[in-house]
Design a protein. Structure first.
Length: 409
């Protein structure tokens, strides 16, 4: 594996602004995603990949031809967009070689400090090469680390035709961070038996479950009139929304849950007296519990119509993604071969759960089993984000062992 080339790719990718934009009204939601896709197409062509394309939605696909006849097609996926939670414009990455294990004050904003007290995996990176932000933007390791890993993996396979593997399909998606990464993926065109998503933290983790997810869109309709003449006429939708929020159980909030606990998370409020809207994330590993959360939302809406006379409340439950563990059970080799790949490298993988979702959630739901693998990300979506180059190299090695295992009889 070419460690320096992997680093150079990653540094190049993070400096392209691919921030996803909520409610942009187009797909992909930002032009930078198309720009990065064009660069990936060019680089895939230069390394000698086949069947390279970037479609109208920015989705990039390519193939590394197999060296074993009849072996299953294995796909690898990452997304090119970055989170809108922190700016991804003018990212200035800092490379720290032979990291000393101490807290890091970031160069662009010394008040931003990556500290072991809040990031326990930081001391474990001592002696390794890490890449940080300068404290003014995110880094974009989520998921440009994954993109760089797949590109290096592909080039390594092309440069080493003696390695036994079936066809390897490369899939780069857009707008994963705003829940639309797989909206325009043609599963039949991907035409793979299995897919692996490089979009996880640290090293040697295999994510085998994600939340199942819905969103509740709650609309409160009132009546607006000048407050001077409002007696017995005004119906203030904001007050109704406040009553609704007060009834949300705190023991099912992100602030009070972890592990396998689900939550109901209000995260966007918009509007005025006549109309307000509230968006609530509904999350649970158990689909029955998720359905119960939706029922709670609807009952609360009906209750508010009684308490706040004259208010009309509409609750719409919008399906987002489903626990990939349910689909992975239909193809146990997907996880089994990933475990074996780690073990062949002398590593002990950890099967983990994700309190969120990945492109793998939707791909699995659509019939392409897609567990999620580590890609060296840390402190994602934050100015304190960092990535570990050594862990990215380790991920490439896992990918090589996976395709070799799938090519065995």
């Amino acid at each position: 594996m070419n460690k320096q080339r992997l680093l150079e790719r990653f540094l190049q990718y993070v400096q392209i602004d691919t921030t996803a934009v909520e409610d942009a009204g187009k797909y992909p939601s930002s032009d930078g995603q198309l720009e990065m896709g064009k660069l990936l197409v060019q680089q895939l062509d230069e390394m000698g990949a086949a069947d390279i394309s970037q479609d109208e939605f920015g989705i990039v696909m390519a193939t590394v031809p197999g060296t074993v006849n009849g072996a299953p097609v294995v796909a690898f996926n990452s997304h090119v967009d970055t989170s809108p939670e922190t700016s991804g414009k003018q990212v200035r990455p800092n490379v720290i070689e032979n990291y000393d294990g101490n807290d890091i004050a970031l160069s662009g904003d010394p008040t931003k400090i990556i500290a072991a007290a809040t990031c326990p995996e930081l001391p474990e990176a001592a002696g390794k090469t890490i890449i940080t932000t300068d404290g003014t933007t995110l880094l974009g390791g989520d998921d440009k680390a994954g993109v760089a890993i797949i590109m290096e993996l592909a080039q390594h396979l092309i440069e080493n035709p003696d390695l036994a593997h079936g066809p390897v399909r490369i899939l780069f998606t857009c707008d994963e961070e705003i829940g639309h990464g797989v909206d325009h993926v043609d599963i039949e065109k991907v035409d793979a038996t299995v897919c692996y998503n490089f979009d996880g933290g640290g090293q040697d983790m295999i994510d085998v479950e994600t939340f199942s997810a819905d969103m509740a869109l709650v609309t409160f309709n009132g009546v607006n009139i000048h407050p001077a003449i409002a007696k017995d006429k005004m119906v203030n939708s904001i007050r109704a929304l406040g009553q609704f929020l007060a009834r949300l159980p705190m023991n099912f909030s992100p602030e009070c849950t972890d592990g396998r606990d689900g939550f109901m998370h209000p995260y966007v409020v918009e509007g005025g007296v006549a109309k307000t809207t509230l968006k609530i994330l509904l999350r649970d590993f158990n689909i029955a519990k998720l359905t119960e959360f939706g029922s709670i939302m609807k009952r609360m809406g009906s209750d508010i119509e009684v308490v706040c006379e004259g208010t009309q409340v509409n609750v719409e439950i919008i399906e987002q993604y489903r626990n990939m563990g349910d689909g992975l059970a239909n193809e146990p080799r997907a996880v089994q071969y990933a475990v074996e790949a780690h073990e062949r490298l002398g590593r002990t993988p950890t099967k983990s759960i994700v309190r969120g979702g990945t492109d793998g959630s939707r791909l699995t739901e659509l019939g392409l089993p897609t567990p999620n693998l580590s890609s060296g990300q840390h402190n994602i979506h934050s100015p304190l984000e960092w990535a570990c180059l050594d862990e990215m190299v380790a991920a490439c090695e896992v990918g090589i062992e996976i395709v070799k295992r799938w090519a065995e009889k």
